[in-house]
Design a protein around this ligand. Structure first.
Ligand code: C2E
Ligand code: CA
Ligand code: CA
Ligand code: CA
Length: 275
């Protein structure tokens, strides 16, 4: 290890330095990956009780030249911290709107909605509404088919601003879903104030579903809450028939998870609706 100079307060920790270098390298990698078009959107089907498709959620994947396909767990947090999430999120929105416009021309897909994950940072961009407007105009996507998924983080920032932005987008026809519901800073007061149309029950509550356990109580409570606030509830991370059966029994009408389909390329997703 290096010796600290006489007058420098230097606590040199090689491990910490290695961590910082790795982060800096990953951040540079993210930036160039964006410039070089290494990001792709994958699509995961969402269904109703009869397993009819109602839409999809768009999920980012990074086609890294050396590391192969990288999942968001590996890059979203850093993208958030470095601010690159705005550019990355804009890319996702653009791709999603292009897909929606294309589906509108296919009779079997014209009724599908598409959900896109939006970071609180994106929503707080001062020209977000104008950007969405021009994106919708440029792509020809029907705003009524676009759903933006936000997380409870939005209430940690300027809530009034978030509400105003959401309302302005509502006027265009764009709807909002609260993602990962129950895992973050939940305040029922905010939930009531945010102009939402959908709640997504986080998959952690579904993964450990036991009929009489705490998660079952949470699921029943969320469904009752959704009912009284007039919100549509969708369960994510549904992997087994018994999970879907239990959720259905609780009153849940919409589902997403490996039981119905993994996130897949646009070509794979579209192929479900051909022939
Ligand atoms: P999320 O929004 O909760 O997305 C659902 C995640 O659950 C996805 O992981 C999906 O692949 C996974 N999943 C779906 N069905 C199942 C299942 O049945 N079982 C299990 N165990 N997992 C399932 P993914 O694609 O790795 O995305 C992780 C997170 O990254 C997302 O969580 C979302 O928070 C974030 N993310 C992805 N794309 C974007 C984006 O475009 N913008 C932003 N801001 N965040 C994104
Ligand atoms: Ca989501
Ligand atoms: Ca989620
Ligand atoms: Ca989640």
């Amino acid at each position: 290890a290096k010796q600290a100079g006489r007058n420098t307060l230097c606590l040199f920790d090689p491990q910490m330095q290695a961590g910082l270098n790795k982060r800096a390298a990953l951040e540079a990698d993210l930036r160039s990956g964006l410039e070089q078009n290494q990001f792709k959107l994958f699509y995961q089907i969402q269904v109703d009780r009869q397993r009819r498709a109602i839409g999809a959620e768009a999920l980012l994947r990074w086609d890294h030249p050396l590391r192969g396909t990288v999942a968001p767990a590996e890059f979203i947090a850093l993208a958030e911290e470095s601010g690159l999430i705005v550019a990355l999120g804009n890319f996702a929105l653009r791709e999603a709107c292009a897909a929606l416009a294309n589906w509108a021309r296919r009779p079997a897909m014209a009724g599908l909605s598409l959900a896109v994950n939006i970071s609180a940072k994106q929503l707080s961009q001062q020209d977000f509404v104008r950007q969405m407007q021009s994106l919708l105009r440029q792509t020809g996507a029907d705003p009524r088919r676009l759903k933006l998924e936000i997380t409870e983080d939005v209430v940690l920032g300027n809530v009034e601003n978030a509400i105003a932005v959401m309302r302005a987008l509502n006027k265009l026809g764009v709807e909002f879903a609260m993602d990962d519901f129950g895992t973050g800073y939940s305040s029922l007061a905010y939930l009531q104030r945010l102009p939402l149309t959908q709640l997504k029950i986080d998959r952690s509550f579904i993964a450990e579903l036991r009929n009489e356990g705490n998660n079952a109580a949470i699921i029943r409570t969320v469904l009752a809450l959704g009912d009284s606030l007039n919100l549509q509830i969708i369960a994510e991370g549904v992997e087994t028939e018994p999970q879907q059966a239990y959720l259905t029994d609780c009153g849940c009408r919409y589902f997403q998870g490996y039981l119905f389909g993994n996130p897949e390329t646009l070509a794979q997703f579209n192929a479900r609706f051909m022939g």
